[in-house]
Design a protein around this ligand. Structure first.
Ligand SMILES: C[S@@+](CC[C@H](N)C(=O)[O-])C[C@H]1O[C@@H](n2cnc3c(N)ncnc32)[C@H](O)[C@@H]1O
Length: 328
């Protein structure tokens, strides 16, 4: 079947569109670049091109998180399904390709619905349609929204017993501790008293494993990082010279996080949405944090949000964890 014929054969889905900004928010970008430590928010990685690059990152040999999390889910999908229980609505903020969700859906008992939430509209719709074709027995209710804002969720057409939030990929690591505690609190409220949170959390480990994961030899992570500057040029009329910046990812031991940066290769001035920004040589913009946790450290963070851990699954090398949390 040709690609077009395949797309035409996919089911048409009703998408709840909370209309997150599809483009970059100039005020937010300018505010980030005006900070003493210049920064751009990681959600801006994910336009169509960025979402596709992220999928390629997931398959890189150096990028252990995706394959490790997939292996943990494959090994323990039945135990995870026992935690989720029957007739649950599975809600995934930042669903992306929903690749990991498929493993879970294979094991869940009579899920009431699956609600993938993503800011990347076209990517969300395409992934949700493919999922609906492959899982005709599961009601798929995509929501286009920014999960860091208020969320309204669609009602499944069959009665549900509980909401379970699925938050894999250690996306929680992109937030500082205070932001993460706030987001987890909102997810606990969304899950409700009878619900739960199944979350992927990347674990602290040696920089010899961590740094190559974000500095791959094929340069895909670099392209993913640089894409944010290309977006600024396209969407905000900025004049970043892409060859005047380079990708860098370093592990900050004290903060327990990988910092993704774009480093200026020269003293230069860049116009963004009509405002001039000066960069000195070697000055950087922070584009993403990826916090790593010990099991105890994450339990402390979860407790701040009113969660208690019911189950934890790890791989044999303790690289990554999947945890099931419920209201304390
Ligand atoms: C790192 S991917 C994770 C995908 C998938 N959950 C996984 O674990 O493989 C992050 C996804 O979250 C989406 N995303 C990032 N920030 C978001 C936000 N603030 N609101 C909604 N979606 C967001 C991106 O578009 C992307 O598809």
């Amino acid at each position: 079947m040709t690609r077009n014929a395949k797309a035409a054969a996919l089911p048409r889905l009703r998408m709840l569109d909370l209309e997150p900004r599809s483009g970059m928010d100039a005020a937010e970008v300018l505010d980030g670049l005006r900070q003493p430590q210049k920064q751009l928010q990681p959600k801006y990685f994910y336009d169509e091109a960025g979402s596709k690059l992220f999928e390629r990152i997931c398959d890189l040999p150096e990028y252990y998180p995706t394959r490790t999390e997939l292996a943990i889910i494959t090994d323990s999908a039945n135990a995870m399904a026992d935690c989720v229980g029957p007739s649950a609505v599975l809600i995934e903020p930042g669903a992306g390709s929903s690749r990991k969700t498929r493993l879970l859906l294979d094991s869940l008992r009579t899920p009431a619905a699956y609600v993938p939430i993503d800011i990347s509209r076209d990517f969300l719709l395409a992934s949700a349609a493919e999922l609906a074709a492959d899982y005709p027995q599961v009601e798929i209710l995509p929501v286009c929204a920014d999960f860091s804002g208020a969320l309204t969720l669609p009602e499944p057409s069959v009665p549900a017993l509980r909401n379970v939030i699925y938050f894999p990929g250690s996306t929680i690591g992109n937030f500082t501790q205070d932001q993460a505690a706030e987001l987890l609190t909102r997810l606990r409220e969304l899950a409700g008293a009878r619900g739960g949170l199944l979350i992927g959390v990347d674990l602290l480990k040696s920089p010899e494993i961590l740094e190559p994961a974000y500095n791959d030899s094929a340069g895909i992570t670099a392209a993913f990082n640089m894409n944010v500057l290309a977006r600024c040029n396209r969407e905000l009329g900025a004049d970043f010279r892409l060859n005047a910046f380079r990708h860098q990812a370093v592990f900050d031991r004290e903060a327990g996080r990988i910092e993704m940066r774009l480093v200026s290769l020269a003293d230069q001035q860049v116009m963004v949405a009509g405002e001039a920004f000066s960069f000195s040589r070697d000055e950087h913009i922070v584009t993403e944090y990826s916090h790593k946790y010990s099991l105890e450290g994450f339990a402390t963070l979860a407790a701040r949000a009113g969660f208690v851990r019911e189950q934890v699954w790890t791989d044999p090398q303790d690289l990554f964890s999947v945890q099931y949390l419920v209201s304390a």
